[in-house]
Design a protein around this ligand. Structure first.
Ligand code: NAD
Length: 355
């Protein structure tokens, strides 16, 4: 087997960001060693630390390094030091700007419920058992980016989608469903919204023509919100527009019990993607070495799968995390009353299962 060479930009960011990305990098190094690849890591600034050092939340060196990389691994940005709402530059601007600069339009949020963590969620274990979902959220269109108007008496936000914007995210979802259990639920509000009627007919068209082996179902967003809690294990891949996705992905994240377990990927039309845990910079535990690194390590698995095309390696990382979790190697956020380990020890547990 010939090894894969890849340049991976690491944006640790703020708070626990550098702590959790350090563990994900160790895991990627272990993957490179075991499978004979060569990964080159390059660290750059984003978020609050970038503001402190350069005055910008996303310095131009970071943008150019990311633009020419094979993949980007991000920790988290933000914290109390930079939270003044009147400040001109804010850490979150870095996040929005990097997604835009890299033309990332599809946000993937997998939610896997591990048997050892069934009790960590507020939902009953018998409802959660077997849950393994990926929500694909459109990231650049819809009401968040439409024209906004405000008068003394009224306000409006325009929701717009083009056929091309819907087609490209439908293709990401179709491809993903094909590689999984071949079941796709498209979520809209087609009984009320014109953009949703366009969404529904466009998704239908793309999936029927290009992914005829994928079973497609359409569901109204209100029904989807209900079924996600009532029968989460019945879903495989879900695809939806920006605002519905924002809400449903947060709802879905609660199925897994802890924010610290959940990865995400933001993809564009090529192979370059941005991979990050869904949690923030957790200033309350930063610097203590107790953050849960599994969400970031699982983001590294998505990086291997979607940017580097290394499926076997991605599965090896996911299996290693599942193995560590099943042996109850828990950081404090998932340990409830039991014993807990440090960020480094949790990282070691994954690395040792790979070598
Ligand atoms: P948060 O996700 O940082 O933390 C929420 C709670 O979950 C905290 O109690 C924290 O300790 C815990 N937590 C989060 N990740 C954890 C992990 N890996 N292991 C163990 N516990 C974990 O959300 P917040 O407190 O609302 O926000 C803190 C800062 O992060 C803010 O500045 C916010 O703007 C920023 N933020 C950034 C991102 C991002 O970079 N993508 C996302 C959300 C929030």
């Amino acid at each position: 087997m010939s090894g894969r060479k890849a340049r991976i930009v690491v944006l640790g960011g703020d708070g626990i960001g550098p702590e959790v990305t350090a563990e994900a990098v160790r895991v990627l190094e272990a993957v490179a060693q075991r499978f004979g690849h060569q990964f080159i890591f390059e660290s750059h600034l984003i978020g609050g630390i970038a503001i402190d050092e350069t005055g910008s939340a996303l310095p131009s060196q970071t943008v150019s390094a990311c633009g020419t990389a094979d993949a980007v691994l991000l920790g988290a940005v933000g914290g109390p030091k930079w939270s003044d709402p009147n400040a001109k530059v804010r850490p979150e601007q870095g996040l929005l700007a990097i997604r835009k600069a890299l033309n990332l339009f599809a946000n993937l949020r997998p939610v896997t419920v591990y048997p050892a963590l069934l009790d960590a969620s507020t939902i009953k274990p018998e409802v959660l058992r077997g849950t393994d979902i990926v929500v694909v959220r459109e990231l650049t269109g819809g009401i968040y980016f439409g024209e906004k108007q405000r008068t003394a008496e009224s306000a409006s936000d325009l929701c717009t989608y083009t056929v091309a914007e819907i087609q490209r995210v439908a293709r990401v979802a179709g491809k993903l469903a094909r590689a999984r259990r071949k079941s796709l639920v498209s979520i809209d509000k087609a009984n009320v919204l014109e953009t949703s009627r366009l969404w529904r007919s466009t998704v239908e068209d793309v999936i029927r023509k290009e992914f005829s082996d994928v079973k497609l179902e359409h569901m109204l967003v209100d029904a989807a919100a209900m079924h996600l809690i009532r029968r989460p294990a019945s879903f495989d891949v879900m695809v939806t527009e920006n605002m519905f996705g924002d809400i449903l992905t947060d709802e879905a994240s609660m199925l897994a019990g802890s924010l610290g377990m959940l990865p995400s990927a933001s993809l564009g039309s090529g192979t370059l993607g941005l991979y990050e845990p869904i949690h923030g910079s957790a200033p309350d535990i930063a610097g203590k070495g107790i953050a849960n690194p599994y969400g970031t390590i699982l983001s590294a698995a998505l990086l291997l799968r979607h940017s580097l095309g290394l499926e076997e390696e991605a599965q090896a990382v996911e299996n290693a995390v599942a193995g560590a979790v099943s042996e109850r190697i828990f950081t404090a956020d998932i340990a409830s009353a039991g014993a807990s380990v440090s960020t480094r020890t949790a990282g070691d547990a994954v690395v040792n299962r790979l070598l």
